[in-house]
Design a protein around this ligand. Structure first.
Ligand code: N01
Length: 859
């Protein structure tokens, strides 16, 4: 491409690692492409960030391209974490090797860009006055490339030397003999402070928020650490692509509180010795999700800081206390904490003594004046969105990106945004980006975009653009993932909090690079689901939602799929029961209750039925709910739904009596149904003896247990007792026919399968009996039944029969609350403490019980 060309297939903005590889892929695919770059050479972030100590914080062996296999042999990193000059040389080496510079216009900044909907082209304006027209416009502008505008009063006034870590002078700075201030204590400051201290006469660090840092233990990489890569580079790279953060690592199986104190400390010590960023929060599987677990790590790092820093007051100031480890990007350092033991280094804690202004000669805090020869601003970036909205981008119908993103970025997959056809972002907001090894995420996006452009060309299409539904739901999905973690709790640049006035939303996608890659691939496999494609061959709008499952449910299903368990119906009855007991034992136990009492009560035929009573920790007597467990009338026991029973007990302030009704195949229909009524009658009659309020009970159950509960309510009405004050039916079986859409749509892949459901039915009930309302309560007389809460889940084969029951109850004049749970599965709601996104459904169950069992104590 020559300097004078003004029409190209593709304009790429930025000649960092993303733009360079995108150019390679465009050339290989036969597109004309030009890269516009503000700097006078390649390198992107590694061109600009030349401050002393700047180096990567992902091992260089991982933080390097994988797309050129020869490059892996031709380039050897000198250290575990290469310094900026070496990384820049690497970028230059790649540019030389692939003759990239001939398609890069350096010293050229894009100022604005407009979409022309008639020509289906972007017009790109630059500060050199040259305009370009292109079909596709790719922002490879980096996530941390737009320095934050200093927001400290008087910044322009200072008469001494001023430096920004993000745009450091190319010929370096000599601080010898100088009094230097560093403002900020993020990664840039943590890396540069020890080296500035080594030169300066005096160094004063102004710290607003301390950060967590561990020693990088830099130096040559050990043979042991390198061995897996050398043994099979392709397999190693592949593992990186499928991993959580773009670096092959073993996934921890345990939470921090699951091991002894000694074991936990030993693992943290190993992490501290290993010096790898991903190890910090990767030692246990719940560090970023569980505050108590995170506290153990926080305490450990605090202990390390206190052991290194001699002045106890300085040590305390350096201990981060206002955020959880990993919720702000942690740092890798070389002698950072040790630097504060040097006599000429001082830490000013701005939380105690804030900066009031920068003066002509230094910095004034509220209580002190400081004089400096130089001030270094290590104050960070307008991350993830700054460089994108920094260009005036106008899409269809005059809409600007800045306007569209006024409340926060809206993207589909972090790749594109509706209203801006053919505008791509590499590692944009809504993709794993800064939470991952950027090289892996860059390569994945570049490949995806290149493949999409080839797809358009091959199908005689001009444009690609996400639908509004797809992007809205992607943002929601990403936020739901973030809300499962502690990440949104910190005032971090991940949340946009560091830039005054910036909308506060969690910017990257926190679901991990492996899962994200699968999602992006699936979008393509499903014919670009969530995109509208247009061109001479026609317009195809494939509207839809790529991830409808709640994120924790998705993770649970993925984990189960990875375990490769045999289907329950192939295990035999005994095997299935053992399996259910074993899997129940792995679940969190649920909240503490006041008391648990195990006993027996007589079943319908006099058989003693085991029960477990859960008593609230509050003063009684309490009202009573009878609970029937799930398990297809075949599996389960009085204790198998313990966590849910505990939850309902505590949150409804009621006694819950979980009853082990007789099971099939030993006792087939109508044994379970008859036992339900017998148990409810006995419990209502023996309420006082059980320490509760006698006379009336509510019934509750899950799945087949909800079937028993619903049947019990009907039978009690027909029998004239006991008095049932309400029924809570979670994913109930209501109908022996299995021909509703949800039976087919959700037949497999969502926990409860139709295969096992049919197996349950066959064990429980002959076909002819299934029309009996004691098996199919939907077929019963529903008038005059007690109020009901019916909960159904979107991805449950039983969804439609539960929905039908709620509708039929309402038609029969019963007071019914119907809660339909999007994104949830049959097994999600009972998983107390494990499935967070279904908490509202459990709360609704408890609230319903409380209202059915309203007493003076519960009012
Ligand atoms: O920026 P930061 P950074 N008054 O935003 C403080 C990547 N990176 O350039 O936290 C006083 O982290 C601010 O205080 P607070 C890496 O992803 C990687 O250091 O807002 N202080 C904070 O201490 C990293 O996370 C490497 O209270 C003010 C600091 O300035 C990201 O880039 C190396 C202030 C800014 O820290 C950004 O790191 C370097 C004010 N008005 C960077 N305004 C590698 O190792 C801001 N601060 C690869």
């Amino acid at each position: 491409m020559t300097e004078s060309s003004s029409e190209v297939d593709v304009v790429i903005v930025g000649a960092g690692f993303a733009g360079m590889y995108e150019l390679v892929r465009m050339r290989r695919a036969g597109f004309s492409a030009i890269v516009l770059e503000t700097a006078d050479d390649v390198g992107g972030t590694w061109y600009w960030n030349r401050y002393p100590g700047a180096r990567c914080d992902i091992l260089s062996v991982d933080y390097s391209y994988s797309w050129d296999p020869d490059l892996q042999q031709e380039w050897t990193w000198s250290e575990r974490y290469a310094a900026q000059p070496e990384i820049l040389r690497y970028a230059q080496f790649v540019a030389d090797k692939h003759d990239l510079r001939r398609d890069v216009r350096f010293n050229t900044r894009v100022t604005s860009a407009e979409w022309n909907d008639d020509t289906h082209r972007w017009v790109i304006h630059t500060d050199t006055g040259d305009d370009l027209t292109c079909r596709h416009y790719i922002m490879a502008t980096g996530c941390l490339s737009m320095p934050k505008v200093p927001d400290i009063e008087g910044t322009d006034r200072f008469g001494g030397e001023v430096y920004f870590t993000s745009t450091w002078p190319h010929d370096g700075v000599d601080f010898t003999g100088k009094r230097v201030a560093v403002i900020g204590t993020g990664s840039s400051a943590v890396q540069s402070i020890p080296l500035i201290a080594a030169e300066a006469d005096q160094l004063t660090v102004f710290q607003r928020t301390p950060n967590f840092s561990i020693p990088a233990r830099n130096g040559p990489i050990s043979d042991e650490r390198l061995a897996p890569f050398l043994a099979d580079p392709d397999a190693y790279r592949d593992e990186a692509r499928r991993s959580a953060a773009g670096v092959p690592r073993e996934t921890p199986l345990e939470g921090a509180l699951m091991v002894s104190d000694e074991e936990r400390t030993a693992r943290y010590e190993a992490m501290w010795e290993a010096g790898e960023l991903l190890g910090i929060t990767g030692t246990f599987n719940d560090t970023l999700a569980n505050a108590e677990s995170n506290d153990t790590l926080r305490d450990f790092i605090h202990g390390k800081i206190r052991s290194i820093v001699k002045d106890p007051e300085v040590a305390e100031a350096l201990c981060p206390t206002n955020h959880y480890v990993g919720t702000k990007r942690a740092c890798l350092d070389t002698n950072y904490y040790e630097t504060y033991n040097l006599p000429h280094v001082r830490l000013v804690d701005l939380r105690k003594d804030p900066i009031s202004t920068i003066t002509e000669t230094g910095v004034d805090t509220e209580s002190e004046s400081f004089e400096f020869d130089a001030i270094v601003f290590a104050t960070g970036f307008d991350a993830m969105t700054g460089a994108i909205v920094g260009v005036d981008i106008t899409g269809r119908d005059g809409l600007t990106l800045k306007e569209k993103w006024a409340e926060g970025p809206v993207t589909y997959l972090g790749l594109m945004t509706a209203g801006f056809p053919n505008l791509f972002m590499i590692t944009g907001p809504g993709s794993p980006s800064v939470l991952s090894n950027m090289m892996v995420s860059i390569e994945q996006h570049v490949d995806w975009i290149a493949d999409a452009l080839v797809h358009l060309r091959e199908n005689d299409l001009d444009t690609i653009e996400p639908t509004e539904l797809a992007e809205t739901r992607w943002v929601q999905h990403s936020n739901e993932f973030a809300d499962l973690t502690l990440m949104p709790t910190a005032n971090s640049w991940y949340m946009g909090v560091n830039v005054p006035g910036k909308p506060q939303v969690f910017l990257p996608y926190p679901g991990g690079v492996g899962r994200y890659r699968v999602t992006c691939d699936e979008v393509v496999e499903r014919d670009y689901l969530g995109f509208a494609l247009d061109g001479p061959s026609g317009r195809i709008v494939n509207d839809g939602i790529i991830r409808e499952l709640a994120p924790d449910v998705q993770v649970m299903l993925e984990t189960m799929a990875e375990m490769g368990l045999p289907p329950i119906e192939t295990m035999g009855v005994d095997g299935a029961r053992e399996f259910m007991t074993a899997s129940g034992a792995m679940m969190p136990p649920g909240p503490d209750v006041g008391e648990i009492v195990d006993g027996t009560l007589p079943g319908a035929d006099g058989t003693p039925l085991e029960y477990r009573l859960f008593r609230p920790p509050t003063d009684g007597p309490h009202p009573i709910a009878v609970y029937f467990h799930g398990g297809g009338w075949v599996l389960g026991s009085a204790t198998s739904d313990d966590p849910l029973c505990r939850y309902l007990c505590v949150h409804s302030n009621s006694i819950i009596v979980s009853v082990n009704y007789r099971h099939a195949p030993e006792a087939r229909f109508p044994a379970a149904a008859d036992d339900g009524l017998a148990a409810a009658t006995w419990i209502a009659d023996h309420g006082e003896e059980l320490g509760g309020i006698p006379g009336q009970v509510a019934v509750a159950g899950w799945s087949a247990g909800a079937n028993v509960a619903a049947v019990t309510a009907q039978q009690a009405k027909l029998a004239g007792g006991p008095a049932i004050s309400g029924q809570v039916l979670l994913c109930p079986v209501t109908d022996g026919t299995t021909e509703r859409p949800s039976h087919t749509e959700n037949a497999d892949g969502y926990g409860l399968t139709m295969a096992v459901m049919n197996w349950f039915w066959d064990h429980y009930c002959d076909r002819d009996d299934r029309a009996d309302p004691k098996a199919s309560p939907l077929l019963g007389d529903l008038t005059g039944l007690p109020p009901a809460l019916v909960i159904t889940c979107q991805f449950d084969p039983l969804r439609d029969e539960g929905d039908a029951y709620a509708a039929a109850l309402a038609d029969a004049g019963v007071s019914v609350q119907h809660l339909q749970c999007p994104g949830q599965t049959h097994t999600a709601v009972p998983a107390v403490g494990a499935m967070i996104t279904s908490e509202y459904a459990r709360a609704a169950m408890a609230d319903a019980l409380r209202s059915y069992l309203r007493t003076a104590a519960n009012a």
